[in-house]
Design a binder for this molecule. Structure first.
Ligand code: FAD
Ligand code: SF4
Length: 433
């Protein structure tokens, strides 16, 4: 819904600026539901002499467009997109001849290349590259969780078009006439500035926290606007750095470094791994997991409180923050031995920001370790202890996080130890385990 809403808005704005735009809505009878046929028809009708397109962000579509280029009767030109900081194959090049990818070396290189959080004489600001040890605290209520900026968009027509077209959907839409996320550049900038003023000062500190009833905490909520190319990642990084520079008395270096690492580092890094590893990446299943995803992933209906919170947040808001994705839903799927295809499909369907380059690397790679450690140095598998340490979910749960067996023992415990036992051979030589 969000992507359609943003596309529609862009088409309207371009038309208002006097551009000639052909925008085919989903239900438009002139919509041929096929890129190639549509473009062929336009060439014939309008007499266009060249086709140019921006590199798409998905391997399948990339292959389709390349094949189309060979068949069209006019020259076709493809152009890299400015909506990533690095080129598609820069990560591949950076790690050539290496078996695994290592974020830290790539991230430091990016800091130097783009002169982000650097002193004039080549040192990192604060004399450290990484302030993680100061971050990652459990939320203690010391800083109030800020209200977020909301917009009001009526996307009823988009919602109805999706229903009428019979598109298979998941999640819950409370009111399509009140869609609250930004849909154009001006709104996205306002939304981001609101984050800088209100949430950045505690972003890093509580980056890994989980809090009952709080699905957003201090996160930026900008993955959708960046992934849909409404705003530009380098602009986001530079604007955040400039804001921090002007407010250094209120925001410590650990907060801004933690935030910038997510975008200048992680986002570019996983996107580069995607293009380096596709299409093989889609087939990895290191632990040979075969189980289907439990039904409660589609309903949120489970006594396991942490899962219920993360899944209901996902189904209601098409959003969950990173730790809900990684250490709750992802962790459970990993230790329960769910087939990575099933896990991928769920993550690709449920989130507003889901696009395969980010989804599959994070899901199959970081979360399910199905690539055998190309992206992550160890599996993000844990018993109840992590969730108890980083959240207050266990205080509200039917299960007892301390119990491993017996009545009301937390299922995370026995399932975790079963996972470890089953995969002893594959894990025992991992230096981080
Ligand atoms: P913040 O926590 O505020 O971080 C700021 C930005 O940093 C994010 O918007 C994002 O652009 C970037 N970022 C941070 N971590 C990552 C990462 N690991 N990979 C890529 N970018 C990162 N992100 C997506 O954009 N699309 C997905 O489909 C997606 N699927 C995921 C699936 C799983 C299993 C996991 C564990 C993570 C996934 N992520 C995905 C990464 C991350 O969880 C989201 O980018 C983040 O939660 C979006 O919320 P935010 O904007 O509030 O992020
Ligand atoms: Fe989750 Fe177990 Fe804690 Fe319940 S007790 S919230 S299931 S970790």
């Amino acid at each position: 819904m969000a992507f359609f809403g943003a596309m529609q808005r862009l088409a309207e704005q371009l038309q208002q600026q006097g551009h000639q735009v052909y925008y085919y809505k989903l239900q438009d009878p002139a919509n041929k539901q096929d890129f190639e046929l549509q473009i062929q028809e336009l060439i014939e009708q309008e007499g266009f002499t060249e086709v140019a397109y921006l590199y798409p962000d998905e391997y399948r579509l990339d292959e389709k467009l390349k094949a189309m280029a060979d068949r069209l009767p006019v020259p076709v030109r493809a152009q890299d997109t400015e909506h990533f900081i690095t080129g598609r194959y820069e990560v591949q090049h950076f790690f050539r001849n290496k078996k695994t990818y290592f974020l830290e070396s790539f991230y430091r290189d990016m800091r130097k290349r783009y002169q982000v959080l650097m002193t004039g004489d080549g040192r990192p600001v604060g004399d450290k590259w990484n302030f993680d040890v100061q971050n990652r605290q459990k939320y203690d209520g010391a800083v109030p969780i800020p209200e977020r900026l909301h917009f009001h968009h009526d996307l009823s027509d988009v919602y109805e078009a999706i229903q009428d077209a019979g598109v298979e959907t998941m999640g819950r839409v409370a009111d399509p006439s009140d869609f609250r996320m930004p849909l154009d550049r001006e709104e996205a900038m306002q939304h981001f500035d609101h984050f800088l003023e209100n949430a950045l000062p505690a972003f890093g500190t509580y980056q890994d926290s989980l809090v009952q009833g709080e699905g957003k905490l201090f996160h930026a909520l900008i993955s959708f606007t960046m992934n849909s190319k409404i705003i530009d990642p380098l602009e986001v990084v530079q604007r955040a750095e400039a804001y921090w520079q002007a407010h250094q008395d209120e925001i410590d270096i650990a907060q801004i470094e933690g935030f910038i690492r997510q975008i200048l580092g992680w986002r570019e890094f996983v996107r580069g791994i995607y293009w380096a590893q596709m299409p093989e990446y889609e087939t990895f299943n290191y632990f040979n997991h075969q189980r289907p995803l439990p039904d409660f992933y589609w309903t949120g209906d489970t006594h396991m409180n942490c899962l219920s919170e993360a899944i209901n947040n996902s189904l209601d808001n098409a959003y969950a923050h990173h730790i809900q994705r990684l250490m709750v839903t992802g962790n459970f799927a990993l230790i329960a031995g769910i087939h990575p295809d099933e896990v991928d499909h769920w993550y690709l369907g449920v989130y507003m920001d889901a696009i395969q380059w980010a989804e599959i690397t994070n899901t199959r790679g970081m979360s399910q370790y199905a690539d055998g450690g190309k992206l992550a140095t160890k599996p993000y598998a844990s018993s109840a202890s992590y969730i108890q340490k980083m959240s207050n979910h266990c205080e509200h749960c039917y299960y007892d996080p301390k119990k491993k067996v017996g009545e009301r023992a937390c299922p995370f415990n026995s399932i975790f130890w079963h996972f470890m036992e089953q995969n002893r051979d594959k894990l025992q030589n991992n230096y981080r385990m």
